[in-house]
Write a protein that binds this ligand. Sequence first.
Ligand SMILES: NC(=O)c1ccc[n+]([C@@H]2O[C@H](COP(=O)([O-])OP(=O)(O)OC[C@H]3O[C@@H](n4cnc5c(N)ncnc54)[C@H](O)[C@@H]3O)[C@@H](O)[C@H]2O)c1
Ligand SMILES: O=c1ccn([C@@H]2O[C@H](COP(=O)(O)OP(=O)(O)O[C@H]3O[C@H](CO)[C@@H](O)[C@H](O)[C@H]3O)[C@@H](O)[C@H]2O)c(=O)[nH]1
Length: 436
Amino acid sequence: MKIAIVGTGYVGLVSGACFAEVGIDVTCVDIDFRKIDNLKNGIIPIYEPGLDDLVSRNVKEGRLHFTTDLTSCLDDVEVVFSAVGTPPDEDGSADLRYVKEVARTFGRNINKYTILVTKSTVPVGTAAKIKNIINEELNARGVDVPYEVASNPEFLKEGAAIKDFMSPDRVVIGIESDRARKVMERLYRPFLLNNFRVIFMDIASAEMTKYAANSMLATRISFMNDIANLCELVGADVNMVRKGIGTDARIGNKFLYAGCGYGGSCFPKDVKALISTGRENGYRMRIIEAVEEVNDAQKSIVLRKLKNTLGTLKDKQIAIWGLAFKPETDDMREAPSLVVIEGLLKEGAEVTVYDPVSMDECRRRLGDSVKYARDMYEAVIDTDAIALMTEWKQFRVPSWSIIKRVMRGNTVIDGRNIYDPAELAEEGFEYHCIGK
Ligand SMILES: NC(=O)c1ccc[n+]([C@@H]2O[C@H](COP(=O)([O-])OP(=O)(O)OC[C@H]3O[C@@H](n4cnc5c(N)ncnc54)[C@H](O)[C@@H]3O)[C@@H](O)[C@H]2O)c1
Ligand SMILES: O=c1ccn([C@@H]2O[C@H](COP(=O)(O)OP(=O)(O)O[C@H]3O[C@H](CO)[C@@H](O)[C@H](O)[C@H]3O)[C@@H](O)[C@H]2O)c(=O)[nH]1
């Protein structure tokens, strides 16, 4: 079976490599010449554990190809996945420019029955827009080529993308015919051999499922951050509350971690887009609006705690441990670290940063406005405070006695609740976390 995947970002490249791994012939397409050139030379554009090996193995075995030209493979493939970006527009709605471009190229060039499957996160009603564009193009060509559209939202998490794709909790597929259903079933069968978890539904429901899933997860986080902030005021400990409620099977123990707010390329934008879909349909999504409001405030909680502890931030030296929006990725999109660094610089503090993999990404975004340390220990030399923003494993058990000796001050703000307050107090630190 041959497929094409348009958009070779986190989703497109991971999906492409995983489909190739189970024996499917995959052509990954991107308009970014440099990205495709690099991939052809074995250079992976993103940090994702295991992806290097997976890509190089499948390229070597001849099942994974890269091109900038979708038309070059269109006659050979049964399915085209669209995995291009859907960034937020100025009003918060999803910008469908790239999705529409793919539909146009598809309509201009297909010559036989092909299914265009949208893997990007797109609002309800997008499939109908895609069909209009394809029909326009087919009419302009004066041909009547059979085709179908389908929706197959992706649920992988960065940092665990390959595992999530290879053994998903479920695969959601919106289709309009039995013919498309059979093709999609065949495509996903290798991943689901033991436990068949493909959920077929209509396209609108599949499109909505993706936003509902991300918004539900974001709601849990904002809810716990709200509880954490109240815990601080009343003398409770959010970690104990998390354990207390997470053991209730109806609640479950995942995605209940309070901290310095959610970031990334998905939750912030998808929450905004769902609010916007509500607005466009004359409905106010009140819960999701509150989720966003809580998160926006939570992203500067570490900054507020630094200010409360240090008094003024002017001329203070602050070390930032962790830049990525979560561990195991170099992605800094909407990362809470960016909000804190921006606030610190605005208040006149000097900032030294360290992250195991996001240093280049940080240089690209912040240039020389911050100092870059070679490791977590160099970052803290002569600093007044440490702010932990990403819970990378290597930050979990630092040698506090060494750190205490080289720091100027003794403040540690733990934005991810990974340290033991008693241990830090014993070492002579002024320690603050979230929700305790
Ligand atoms: N990143 C994630 O963890 C994740 C998970 C699930 C779903 N999603 C969704 O998947 C979609 C893609 O996300 P991503 O993080 O992979 O994006 P990304 O920005 O990493 O990659 C998108 C790629 O599409 C390419 N592109 C844009 N227009 C194109 C065109 N006309 N033809 C060919 N290539 C084109 C870009 O050059 C880029 O390489 C988004 O809708 C996102 O919301 C992302
Ligand atoms: O209990 C928690 C869990 C997560 N987070 C934060 O939430 C953000 C998102 O984390 P995560 O969901 O692990 O990463 P993503 O890669 O953004 O994945 C989400 O977004 C993807 C894109 O839509 C979906 O495919 C995934 O299912 C969904 O989990 C990060 O900043 C985390 O630090 C918390 O603050 N507390």
